[in-house]
Design a binder for this molecule. Structure first.
Ligand code: FAD
Length: 417
């Protein structure tokens, strides 16, 4: 299927993987990868983990070294922003004014930090954690800080808190809802993690709302953060504030081009937009998800970005198939490793395999009798078996799941009757 040139907008996990997979799948035509960040494409997960902690350097963050792009004839345009899509002419206008022609365009524009409209949000010392540049700034600030306030107890806020506490900083997490990672994990997992962080000295304010970030004037140009004021009037001292309240999908280019955008760029079961010449993948795409009863779903996970990319690469070399990969995710918070297989949102009952007190357990999440997904804490074998089980459409009952003598591996690998 001659679809060249293929232009990919966004050089994150999804964009990079698509360019690499096209070559792996034997695509011979021109591939242009356009990314608005400086430098080579890199992995985001270590930003809030080993890179922030100083355990690994930039070399281990990079997806591939420079030579890869040359050797695989991937025309990578760094620090280059795409500003407009002209669907009639099949061109993309770059910030420089240059226009790129495409046969097929793939939007892999990801997501950006959600910025709350708080007074004081512009103060020096208010930081974010999504890009490499933001992480480098945050890492410098972390070393100099004593008191840190994290706004938002999601994955990134908690991963950052674990690193900051390990560096001996005072960390206070302000969370609007009543629990940690509440949007994505079960109450059991949420409580376990909040308690584990609290034991290391992290302070939590649940049901608390940041109302204002206060600062002191340091120059005629502005000021530096020195506290966060909550809606109840409490003031938390802070010389560093991390805002980690989630992301907004980058759908503006698509919307301006007349494509449907609703909490992400809307695509069909093969990840195509309403224009057959344009697809969307990764964090920016909302798609009908087999593992969420077909509901339109937008995921923020490396697995999703990479598997979306492979699905599009197949289509562009003439092997189209519906997207059906099982979602999975991981997070590392200090010594705790959380792995999630499937999507556990919407469950109405759980079965516990192992004991929370041991720090090694899995929470099997069911809706009725149907296993939706499993959260494994420091039990990587459970995670591996469950991924296989769910991908094959198999089930285990809550009683089987809770019985440690039940052979999960055998259940995952059993031949269909
Ligand atoms: P992105 O990685 O956001 O890449 C999109 C790129 O497109 C960006 O570089 C953006 O600047 C660029 N772009 C946007 N608009 C334009 C334009 N107009 N022109 C040119 N370029 C443009 N997931 C996990 O599964 N496990 C983890 O442990 C984990 N940890 C994470 C830790 C951190 C700190 C972060 C930020 C994310 C983490 N994630 C994790 C999520 C995972 O990194 C994302 O799901 C993944 O990066 C999504 O890839 P993407 O390519 O869709 O989007």
């Amino acid at each position: 299927m001659a679809q060249e040139p293929i232009v990919i907008l966004g050089a994150g996990h999804a964009g990079f993987q698509l360019a690499a997979s096209l070559r792996q799948h034997g695509f011979e035509g021109a591939v242009t990868l356009v990314g608005d960040e400086a430098g080579l494409p890199y992995q985001r997960p270590p930003l809030s983990k080993d890179y922030l902690d100083g355990k690994i350097g930039l070399d281990l963050l990079l997806m591939r070294p420079d030579a890869f792009y040359h050797d695989h004839r991937i025309d990578y345009l760094a620090a280059t922003r795409a500003e407009e899509i002209d669907r009639a002419r099949k061109t993309v206008r770059l910030a420089s004014g240059e226009r790129l022609h495409y046969r097929h365009l793939v939007l892999a524009t990801g997501a950006r930090n959600r910025v709350p409209p708080l007074p004081g949000i512009e103060l020096d010392g208010v930081c974010y954690l999504r890009t490499l540049a933001e992480t480098d700034l945050l890492r410098d600030r972390l070393h100099a800080a004593d008191n840190i306030v994290v706004i938002g107890a999601g994955f990134i806020g908690l991963e950052f808190a674990a690193v900051a506490r390990a560096h001996g900083k005072n960390v206070h997490i302000v969370e609007l809802t009543d629990r940690a990672m509440g949007r994505v994990v079960s109450v059991t997992t949420s409580r376990f993690f909040a308690e584990a962080h609290a034991r290391t000295g992290v302070e939590f304010g649940f049901g608390a709302q940041a109302a204002r970030i206060g600062g002191r004037v340091t120059s005629p140009m502005g000021g530096r953060v020195d506290h966060v004021e909550l809606a109840n009037g409490d003031k938390l001292p802070a010389d560093l504030v991390l805002v980690s309240i989630g992301v907004v999908p980058n759908g503006e280019l698509a919307a301006a081009a007349g494509l449907e955008v609703a909490n992400g760029i809307v695509v069909d079961g093969e990840l195509a937009t309403g224009d057959i010449n344009i697809s969307a993948i990764g964090d920016c795409a909302v798609f009908p998800c087999d593992h969420a009863a077909g509901h339109m779903t937008r995921l923020e996970a490396v697995q999703n970005a990479a598997d979306h990319a492979r699905c599009i690469a197949d289509r562009l070399v003439g092997k189209a198939h519906p997207y059906s990969a099982l979602p999975w995710f991981w997070s590392e918070q200090g010594k705790l490793r959380l792995q999630i297989a499937g999507l556990t949102q919407g469950h109405d009952r759980t079965a516990l395999r192992g004991a929370t007190e041991s720090g090694e357990f899995s929470v099997f999440c069911y809706r009725g009798e149907t296993l939706l997904g499993v959260e494994s804490i420091n039990r990587p074998a459970d995670h591996a078996h469950v991924r296989r089980l769910l991908a094959a459409g198999r089930q285990v009952s809550p009683d089987e799941a809770a019985d440690l003598s039940f052979d999960l591996r055998a259940a995952a690998t059993a031949r269909p009757a």
